[in-house]
Design a binder for this molecule. Structure first.
Ligand SMILES: [Zn+2]
Ligand SMILES: [Zn+2]
Length: 288
């Protein structure tokens, strides 16, 4: 059991690193090897996910790559469940949660899916069916978050979803998805044990919140790419830089020797205040 828990956490970690999972099709994903041996194939066959890694071949049980795919697939529906608490209603007669009886599970690509029976009309359905509408499609949410993080405003994202996919969501919904996503990710990060070296990398990304600039701050370990702190702020002065750096030090249980940044002046003061030995500026993050 401890082994499965460990693999689950390693799977979460892979998702949180970003850029480690590629969706080839509904039935096939590529997950990057954490030891640098290229990509593993995670394939859905005979109602089961299978992986091409040595761990899976040996044990024939879910490996960290499979857990990564499961987390990746489930993240948006976890989001939706928190955003729309009354989403669980009978798709045929609309009866609310108080009429629904749980009648076991069915296994599909995203893991076990709960089955319900409606006491009012007798209809049986899986939880998935309740998520069928376009505006709660996991890929729409992932797409919206991706566009937003690339710098589009919430209004532009909403407009894009409407014209390209016929999916009508308000720009406020896009923003709520994003806030929820940040909260959810932070909750996961708190559960993980940090793997941290002496070199950290800090960056900040400018985003647009209701027409006003805001910043996402990230501090991660240079080698393991473990995300140590993530914040959204209005300003990007020394005060904000210090807040995110202090939070990273607390999370890691110690300070780094080197802090590598894009050269933003705010880090200068923050690094000094925390007692970081060296502040390296203008070094391109190699991703290694
Ligand atoms: Zn594997
Ligand atoms: Zn019903």
């Amino acid at each position: 059991m401890a082994g499965a828990r460990m693999r689950l956490l390693r799977g979460l970690e892979i998702v949180l690193m970003g850029g480690q999972i590629r969706r080839v099709s509904r039935d096939k994903f590529l997950v990057k090897s954490q030891k640098g041996n290229g990509w593993y194939e995670v394939v859905w066959r005979n109602r089961k996910w299978r992986c091409s890694c040595a761990d899976y071949k040996k044990r024939k049980k879910d490996c960290k790559h499979i857990y990564a795919v499961l987390t990746f697939l489930n993240l948006p529906s976890i989001l939706m469940r928190n955003l729309v608490p009354d989403l669980n209603s009978c798709p045929r007669c609309g009866a609310g949660q108080e009429y629904l009886v749980k009648i076991g599970f069915r296994k599909n690509r995203s893991g076990p899916v709960r089955r319900f029976k409606c006491k009012k009309c007798g209809h049986t359905f899986t939880e998935r069916l309740a998520f069928k509408s376009m505006r709660s499609d996991p890929f729409i949410i992932v797409l919206a978050l991706d566009l937003y993080l690339k710098g589009l405003s919430t209004r532009m994202v909403a407009h894009h979803l409407s014209t390209m996919y016929g999916c009508n969501v308000s720009h406020m919904t896009v923003y709520r998805w994003f806030r929820k996503y940040v909260k959810l990710i932070s909750a996961y990060i708190k559960k993980l044990k940090p793997k941290v070296g002496k070199r950290w990398h800090a960056d900040e990304t400018k985003i647009n919140v209701n027409g006003e600039p805001a910043y996402i701050w990230n501090i991660l370990d240079r080698k393991t790419r473990f995300l140590l702190a993530s914040y959204i702020t209005r300003g990007r002065g020394a005060k904000e830089a210090l807040k995110v750096l202090e939070s990273a030090v607390k999370r890691a249980g110690g300070k780094p020797c080197d802090l590598i940044t894009d050269g933003l002046r705010s880090y200068e003061k923050a690094a000094k205040a925390v007692g970081v030995r060296r502040h390296i500026k203008n070094v391109k993050f190699s991703g290694k």
